[in-house]
Design a protein around this ligand. Structure first.
Ligand code: PGA
Length: 304
């Protein structure tokens, strides 16, 4: 099971995440860790969340029993599954998934540890609730709450400081793409988003020895593809991921060169296989399709 025994980003050292896909920008013998994450956004009530967890748990366990030596073990060894429920659902989801391979994260966090910030949630509170992950800078936060790149960078750093793996979300709007600004936007969001993260602060070597949770995942989510049914073509996604991979390597140095890069934006079982076949696509951040256990499981199944 990928979430047990230290195989995930929270249970092992830099060496585990330090591998590369083997096709570009890295060691040809290893492969980056694959992750499929479900972002539930502001959906689901407690009963539906419990039903979802029970079904996913049952299906992943059954897959391991039926074919323990083939695809399921392969998947279990290589795909980390993460769920991002809304805050009120987190304790129940953590409890319902305890002992399974599925890990849980918060959809946002405040960069401060505590204080007078009504309506916000801190990294220590997420960790205390059983979270191991935090989304930072999702485009809906940027849009609905005016989050700046600088604020998002502080969120990324706060998550890392408190043992949560930040998933830094970046992506251009349709207007930016049509204006030819895609790479400039990605560059700015990536650089500022990672600037305060320990891996970009020249201490990666120290942190690698001390805690693998200091690492980061980056999700490329073109805004025009989120919730629209328009998915980036595999070639468009690969082009952006390749650009981001180079940026991450230059921002973080070789020690963090194996950072997992997720694609998000109308991912479904129908388009996941083509996307995951790209050398720099290491998994998915799934919105709409993550609300349906059958679709979510199908995306996991084709991501191993
Ligand atoms: P979507 O959402 O899969 O519904 O497009 C993805 C996301 O916002 O993370």
């Amino acid at each position: 099971m990928s979430g047990e025994g230290g195989a995930g980003p929270h249970g092992s050292g830099e060496g585990r995440r330090g591998g590369s896909a083997g096709t570009r920008n890295g060691d040809p013998g290893a492969r980056r860790r694959r992750i499929v994450a479900g972002n539930w956004k502001m959906h689901l009530l407690a009963a539906a969340a419990a039903g979802f967890c029970a079904e996913v748990r049952r299906s992943l366990a059954a897959a391991d029993r039926v074919a323990p030596t083939a695809a399921s073990l392969d998947r279990g060894a290589r795909v980390q599954v993460v769920l991002f429920p809304s805050f009120p659902l987190i304790p129940a989801v953590v409890r319902d998934l305890a002992g399974s391979e599925v890990e849980v994260g918060g959809q946002d966090l405040h960069p401060a540890e505590r204080g007078a910030h009504t309506g916000d949630v801190s990294a220590p509170q997420l960790a205390d609730a059983g979270c191991l992950w935090a989304l930072c800078g999702h485009s809906e936060r940027r849009r609905d709450h005016g989050e700046s790149d600088e604020l998002i960078g502080r969120k990324v750093a706060a998550a890392a400081r408190h043992g949560l793996t930040p998933v830094l979300c970046v992506g251009e709007t349709l207007e930016q793409r049509e204006a030819g600004e895609t790479f400039a936007v990605l560059e700015r969001q990536l650089r500022t988003g990672l600037a305060a993260h320990p891996v970009a602060a020249g201490t990666a070597g120290v942190l690698a020895a001390g805690t693998a949770a200091a690492l980061v995942v980056v999700a490329y989510e073109p805004v025009w593809a989120i919730g629209t049914g328009l998915t980036a073509s595999p070639e468009t996604a690969q082009e952006a991921h390749d650009f981001l991979r180079r940026g991450i390597c230059s921002a973080t140095g070789a020690a963090a060169g194996g950072v997992t890069l997720l694609y998000g934006g109308s991912v479904t079982p129908a388009n996941a296989a083509g996307l995951i076949a790209q050398p720099d696509v290491d998994g998915f951040l799934v919105g709409g399709a993550s609300l349906d256990p059958g679709q979510f499981l199908a995306i996991i199944a084709c991501s191993g």
